[in-house]
Every structure is written in structure tokens, then in C-alpha cells.
Design a protein around this ligand. Structure first.
Ligand code: PLP
Length: 815
């Protein structure tokens, strides 16, 4: 697919879009107008590209991939699409003639923040990789009117502001009202028998209309294009507004409308912590019901049967949030298509696969039966039947009753979403080698002994063209200069950088590029935080959601201890260091919000203390999001990945940092284990307990108070934390550390301090530092999302890409 377009054509199309779609003449248009005009042009190209891609996919009968996820953390689209289509320079020049700077247009685009963190960002990276690898794929999600909240820090305390992103964001989405479907809630079920047919009647239900909006993502070179279909909720009664109005019932109609629209009003802002709210259950079912109807309609249109669905489509559930797709598929096949249970079950089971994203007990989703049954009466019945049959089969196999209970989708008055997923799908995977092993040994141990063949691993990956080429163009240019550009299609080729490990000139260039990126970041920090930082200092970065398991407070505790030492020893030898944080906390997660305030207030104290502030600076970046990550990560020297071993499923920011040449300072957790395998002991700073050591320490009875009592440095730091900073006491954090310390911060403290000191020694020798950095980039190829997607395709979906040069017989009428 060739997307080349002449300068003149670009300019004509821009003027055309401005006049006809945005009602402004080009001479009067603002950057915002120009951004929208360019976005609309690119969108048109993508729609065409998708059409061609799908035509070939259909002619070659290529399997479709459907990726269901409640979150897609897309960030911005314009630069990514221009880059992948290979037309960024053409647009830059065309705009420049009109006195418009493309880089300014990029800044007009709001982040599409339809996700909380790693889970949603993974889904977004996968759309890119699916397109690049040539798989005809659709993502399905919700069109939240408000994405993840904007974070504003008021005296260090996180406050949340609504993220109304649609005014600038919706240009990418094409409404498809002809594909709207109805979703039914509430009511009751009437069953009867009619000549051996089981007739199910859902009565008195509430109707909501799901209207799709489509966004397209170009893969590299634009051969493949992925489609993300997001559903917006609106009242299905809208047609009757006028009738109701005439009948004097206009207000009730409007009320119904408002009730329906609430469903896709806002993204739930909890990461790894389900709330169990009725509206959230409603969102989940709304997504899967609309999606399943859409997939089945498309399949039936083409094949007139669902018998071959498993051969022609793979449906993937990203986490348990869309697991109700399983009973929903059963409902459609049983109640609407006339399938019998066994055949429907076999089709569902062979079509659907599930990825688990966490092993933490509090993150496993359960729904109270009463709420569930009331809201989704037919789906509840189907889950009861799934449960009944599963338990019967296990009992028949002689499985112990307690064990059957632990595996049952319905138990203790709850619908257990993870159990439902494992019971109903043909594949269950974790997202890093370590995580996939832990799944088999802990949360899914019972299942693993009964059905080991279901379990797999697919290590996460990133859309590295975004995170390296687009975010760090100078470094990407250097790499291309050294090894050519084949790595842009095949990340494994990055290993060709290894031969430059000891090339002084290359390492110096790398240092210069890092220095540029740090200056850029320092400008941003001065402007946004009012803090002057030294671009020659070590940029030591921890950015990710704020969660106790990720242990931002371990990082902060060491900063505090270092501050205490340095203010007593102001002339000590200490390489200047800038500690950078960025993280949003769930609005109701009080401890997390206190940790933010602790870091901010501690930072203010340090930044204003002349005894230390030439050597230490602490910066808390407000509103951490994809676009800020793209600016920040290329400037990092150190990547903090310090979760308690066994708690972080994979991590993906660790991969983004690594490919940009930062050094991981981390525990043997999640994908850090594989990063270590890839780079070797010399090129990573590991510290802390391993997962078995954590378990052993817990079995031995972990008592943080003992460490506190016998450790003068920790004692002093925790005491000062309790006394407070900036007039605020952080007693609750210090009490938690001394009394329970659920994530074993104190146990890993000494080793953390040691590893951080070592980073200072390594940094002192610039050639050595950038040798490590270059080695990290060279080994980052296996963390490409392209590789993840190939793994999913071969190991789980049994899918092939659309052939690059298909031999297709084109009938004359098809042209
Ligand atoms: C990559 C990314 C994440 C995930 O970070 P982890 O450190 O893997 O948890 C979260 N938020 C944003 C904005 C990201 O880009």
C-alpha cells in the first residue's frame, strides 16, 4: 500500500478540509484547525488502507483477531500514523509552506487517555503490532467521554479534574451508526418448551443502544491497518422522544437518555483494584454484548454459520474485565441461533483465550450474586449452567470437592471472573515467564493440575517505533547510521549494535544525545515545576501508577535517608542526582495519595535546602501520561523497577527505558527477570529478595519492627517521616512501615541502597555508563510488541498474517 502524496496534493486537501469540514479559510486557521484538518486527511487515508487490507484478508480467508479490553491507553495518534505511513516529512514540508509547524500541531492533540496504565497501554501497543505484522485485527472497547482524570497537585495532595478529551480527540473516530446494536439489562426470564425447543424470553428489560466509533492505527509501512471500535451508550428510546413529548412524557424520555449515557461517561480510575460497583458491571456487559453481537453478525454475513467460527476468528480477553463475552456468546448461540449447549460450548471454548494480568488477591474480580442476577438475569442463568456442568465434570473425574469449589465460577455467593475465564477458554497466559510460573503455582494451581495444557506464557512487549524512533529521534538516527534501518521492521536486529560497545566515538555520541534529551526535560521541569535541575546530574526515574506494591515509598525512603546523611556531610563525595517521579493514584486510595504528598513535600524541603540542593533535586511530575512518558523516558539514566518480587506481572515501562539505553535498577520481578537474562549481570543493577525468598521471609513471620529497631538509618528516616515535611505528618505511612510493611520495603532497603550506590560508581565513568546503555538497547529486541503478537498468533490464536504478496484470483466484477 502506497500512501505517498505530493506536497501540492497535501496542501489542497488541507485547504479543502479547512473550508468544508472546519468552516475556516486557510489564511485564518489556527494550529488547532490545522491539526484537525491533517488528522482528517490521515484518517481518510487509513480508512482506505484498512479497506484494501481487509479486501486481501478476505480474499485469502485470513483469520480475524478480536482483542477485547476495557482500556486502550492510546496517547496521541497523529505523529504515530504519519511516521508509520512514511509521510511525516512530506507533511512537514507542505505545512511549512503554509507557515505552519507540524511539531506545533502535535501539541494540539490531547492524549486519548482511555486507560489507567500498563494494561491499557499494552492493548494500544498491540494494535500497532497487529497491523505491522499483518494480522487483520479489531480492538473493542468503550468510548468513555472522560478518560483517566487529569491530576493536579495542590500542596502535594492529588486532586482529580475531568479529562474532557473529545473536542480535540474525536477527529480520529468515525461514527458508524448503521452498526449500532441494542444491549439489554434487568427484567426477568420466562422459559417455555415448544416442540422440544427451549424458548427463552427476556421480559421487561431496559434497552440501551451501543453506537460504534472506529479509530484506525497504521502499522509500519501501512500494509496492515488495525481498527479500534469503541462503543458509546445512548438511549434506545431516542426515536420515541417526540411521541413521549407529545404525550407529555418528554422529561421521562430525557431521563432515560441520561441514564443510558451514564454507562460510557467515565473510565473507572482504579488500577489493579476492582470496586464491585453496579455501573462497572454494566460497562463490562455493555462492551461484551455489543462486541459479541458485532462479531457474530460479521461472521454470519460471510459464512452463514457459526460452526467454523474457531477457524476464522480468535477472540482474546485482556484480563477478566471482558470475560462476560463468554456467557454472552452462549446466550446468542442458544437463544438466538438455535444451537444446543454442547456445540455452542465447544465453539466458544475453541474461539476464546484469556490473558491474566495479576496475581494479587485483591485485584481478582468477583461480583455479588444478587447484583449480578438482577442486572443480567439471562447471563446469570448461563453462568449457573456453566458452573453446574463444570462441577459435575470435575466430580465425575474424582476431583476433591474442596478443590472443585475453589475452581468453580460460582461460589460463596460470588461470580468469580477469573475462574469463569479459565473454565471457558482454551488458553490462559501470563505476561512474563515469572508471572506465568507463579500463576501455575498459586492462583491457578488447582486448574493447572487438572488442565495443564491450557497454560502458556507470552511476555509483554512495546510498540518500540513509538517509544524509540518517534520519542528519541536523535538516538534512532544514530542507530540507523550504525546498523541500517532494518531494525525498524525487525527489532532483533538491534543486536548489531553490540559491535559498537567499545567504540568510544559512538558512546560519546550517545552521551551527547542523552544530554540533549536531558536539557529538553530540564526545560519542561523548569516550566512546569519551577525547579532548576542540572542536566549533568543522574536522572533517576520512577514513573508508573502509584501503588504500594510498586514501592515508590522505598525509593522515597532512600531519598530521605540520603538527605539526612548529606545534610550532615555536605562536602561528601556525591554525584548530583535528580530523582524524578510521575504517578497517578486511584482517587480513593488514601495511602497512595499520602505517598505522593510525602514525596512532594520531601522534595520541596530538599530542593530548598542549600546544604544539599546542588547535589539532590526531587521532582514530582504532575499528570503522568503517555505523552509525558515519551518526553521523559529518553532522558532517563536509571529506570526504577523496584516492585516486591512476585507482585508485578510484567511491567512494560521497564522495556521502554531499556530500549532507550537507561539502566534498570530493579528487583527480579516480572519482565525484569528476562531483561536480566538478556543483558547479563554486568548490565543491570539487581537488588532485593527473589520471589522464593519473599515467600520464605513471610513463612518465617516477617516483623518489620525488628528491622526498624536495629537499623539506625532506617530508624532515623522513618521517625522524621512521622514528624513530617512541609507541616504535614506522614504518620500513617511510617506506622504502616513499622507495623505491617506489606510490601517488605524495610527488608529490601539495604540492598537497594547498595545497588543505587553502585549506579553512582558506574555513572562516573561515562564510557562505561553508555556501554551498558548501548548493550541494553542492543538486547531490547525481544521486548517488541511485534514479537509478543507473533507469539500470540502461533501459540494461541493459530493465526497467519495476511500474505504480503497474495496470489489472488480476482473475478472480473471485483476489479
Ligand atoms: C508504559 C506505561 C505504563 C506502564 O508502566 P509500568 O511501569 O510497566 O507499570 C503506565 N502508564 C503510562 C502512561 C505508560 O506509558
Amino acid at each position: 500500500m502506497n500512501y505517498k502524496i505530493s506536497k501540492k496534493e497535501i496542501q489542497e486537501q488541507i485547504k479543502d478540509k479547512l473550508t468544508h469540514e472546519l468552516s475556516v479559510e486557510w489564511q485564518d486557521a489556527t494550529d488547532e484547525h490545522y491539526y484537525k484538518a491533517v488528522a482528517l486527511i490521515v484518517r481518510d487515508m487509513l480508512v482506505k488502507g484498512r479497506k484494501k487490507f481487509k479486501d486481501v484478508a478476505e480474499q485469502t480467508d485470513t483469520k480475524n483477531i478480536y482483542y477485547l479490553c476495557m482500556e486502550f491507553l492510546l496517547g496521541r495518534s497523529l505523529k504515530n500514523n504519519l511516521f508509520n505511513l512514511g509521510i511525516e516529512d512530506d507533511f512537514r514540508k507542505a505545512l511549512s509552506d503554509l507557515n505552519v509547524r507540524l511539531d506545533n500541531l502535535y501539541e494540539m492533540e490531547p492524549d486519548a487517555g482511555l486507560g489507567n496504565g500498563g494494561l491499557g497501554r499494552l492493548a494500544a501497543c498491540f494494535l500497532d503490532a497487529l497491523a505491522t505484522q499483518g494480522y487483520p485485527a479489531m480492538g473493542y472497547s468503550l468510548r468513555y467521554e472522560y478518560g483517566i482524570f487529569r491530576q493536579k497537585l495542590v500542596e502535594g495532595w492529588q486532586t482529580e479534574l475531568p479529562d474532557f478529551w473529545l473536542p480535540g480527540g474525536q477527529v480520529w473516530f468515525q461514527p458508524v451508526p448503521t452498526r449500532a446494536v441494542e444491549v439489554h439489562f434487568d427484567g426477568f426470564i420466562e422459559e417455555s418448551w415448544n416442540n422440544q425447543y427451549h424458548v427463552v424470553n427476556h421480559k421487561d428489560y431496559t434497552k440501551v443502544l451501543a453506537v460504534p466509533y472506529d479509530l484506525y492505527v497504521a502499522g509500519m509501512d501501512g500494509r496492515g491497518v488495525s481498527r479500534l471500535r469503541v462503543w458509546a451508550a445512548t438511549s434506545a428510546e431516542a426515536d420515541f422522544d417526540m411521541k413521549l413529548f407529545n404525550g407529555g412524557d418528554y422529561l421521562r424520555a430525557m431521563e432515560q437518555n441520561a441514564m443510558a449515557e451514564v454507562i460510557t461517561k467515565v473510565l473507572y480510575p482504579e488500577d489493579n483494584h476492582p470496586e464491585g460497583k453496579s455501573l462497572r458491571l454494566t460497562q463490562q456487559y455493555f462492551l461484551v454484548s455489543a462486541t459479541v453481537q458485532d462479531i457474530i453478525r460479521r461472521h454470519l454475513f460471510r459464512y452463514s454459520t457459526l460452526d467454523n467460527l474457531p477457524e476464522k476468528a480468535a477472540i482474546h480477553l485482556n484480563d477478566t474485565h471482558p470475560v462476560l463475552a463468554i456467557p454472552e456468546m452462549m446466550r446468542v448461540m442458544l437463544d438466538e441461533c438455535g444451537y444446543g449447549w454442547d456445540q455452542a460450548w465447544s465453539i466458544v471454548n475453541r474461539t476464546v483465550a484469556y490473558t491474566n494480568h495479576t496475581v494479587m488477591a485483591e485485584a481478582l474480580e468477583c461480583w455479588g450474586v444478587d447484583l449480578f442476577r438482577r442486572r443480567l438475569p439471562r447471563i446469570y442463568q448461563i453462568i449457573e449452567e456453566i458452573n453446574r456442568r463444570f462441577c459435575a465434570e470435575m466430580h465425575a473425574r474424582g476431583v476433591d470437592g474442596q478443590k472443585v469449589g475453589r475452581m468453580a465460577p460460582l461460589n460463596d455467593g460470588y461470580v468469580k471472573m477469573a475462574n469463569l475465564a479459565v473454565v471457558s477458554t482454551h488458553s490462559v497466559n501470563g505476561v512474563s515467564k515469572l508471572h506465568s510460573e507463579i500463576l501455575k503455582q498459586t492462583v491457578f494451581q488447582d486448574f493447572y493440575t487438572e488442565m495443564p495444557e491450557k497454560f502458556r506464557n507470552v511476555t509483554n512487549g512495546i510498540a518500540y517505533r513509538r517509544w524509540l524512533n518517534q520519542s528519541n529521534p536523535e538516538y534512532a538516527d544514530l542507530i540507523t547510521e550504525l546498523i541500517g534501518d532494518s531494525y525498524i521492521h525487525n527489532a532483533a536486529r538491534l543486536d548489531r549494535l553490540l559491535k559498537y560497545q567499545d567504540d568510544k566515538a559512538v558512546l560519546e555520541k550517545m552521551a551527547k544525545i542523552r544530554r540533549h534529551n536531558k536539557e529538553r526535560m530540564a526545560d519542561y521541569i523548569l516550566k512546569n515545576n519551577g525547579v532548576t535541575i542540572d542536566p549533568d546530574s543522574i536522572f533517576d526515574v520512577q514513573v508508573k501508577r502509584l501503588h504500594e506494591y510498586k514501592r515508590q515509598h522505598l525509593n522515597a525512603l532512600d531519598i530521605l535517608a540520603t538527605y539526612q546523611w548529606l545534610r550532615e556531610n555536605p562536602s561528601a563525595d556525591f554525584t548530583p542526582r535528580t530523582y524524578i517521579f510521575g504517578a497517578k493514584a486511584a482517587p480513593g486510595y488514601y495511602m497512595a495519595k499520602q505517598i505522593i504528598q510525602f514525596i512532594v513535600n520531601l522534595g520541596n524541603t530538599i530542593n530548598n535546602d542549600p546544604r544539599v540542593n546542588e547535589k539532590m533535586k526531587v521532582v514530582y511530575l504532575e499528570d503522568y501520561r503517555v505523552t509525558l512518558a515519551e518526553l521523559l523516558i529518553p532522558s532517563a539514566d536509571i529506570s526504577q523497577q523496584i516492585s516486591l518480587a512476585g507482585t508485578e506481572a510484567s511491567g512494560t515501562s521497564n522495556m521502554k527505558f531499556m530500549i532507550n539505553g537507561a539502566v534498570t535498577l530493579g528487583t527480579l520481578d516480572g519482565a525484569n527477570v528476562e531483561i536480566h537474562e538478556a543483558v547479563g549481570d554486568e548490565n543491570i543493577l539487581l537488588f532485593g529478595m527473589t520471589t522464593p525468598q519473599v515467600e520464605q521471609a513471610k513463612r518465617n513471620g516477617y516483623i518489620p519492627g525488628n528491622i526498624y529497631q536495629n537499623h539506625p538509618v532506617l530508624h532515623q528516616a522513618i521517625d522524621e517521616m512521622g514528624r513530617g515535611f512541609g507541616g504535614v505528618s506522614f504518620q500513617q505511612i511510617s506506622d504502616s512501615l513499622r507495623n505491617s510493611d506489606p510490601y517488605m520495603v524495610l527488608a529490601d532497603f539495604d540492598d537497594y541502597v547498595r545497588a543505587r550506590k553502585k549506579s553512582m560508581e558506574l555513572y562516573a565513568n561515562s564510557a562505561q555508563w553508555y556501554r551498558i546503555g548501548l548493550t541494553n538497547t542492543a538486547h531490547a529486541g525481544c521486548f517488541s510488541a511485534d514479537r509478543s503478537i507473533r507469539d500470540y498468533a502461533t501459540e494461541i490464536w493459530s493465526a497467519e498474517p495476511v500474505p504480503a504478496h497474495p496470489k489472488i484470483h480476482i473475478a472480473p466484477s471485483q476489479k
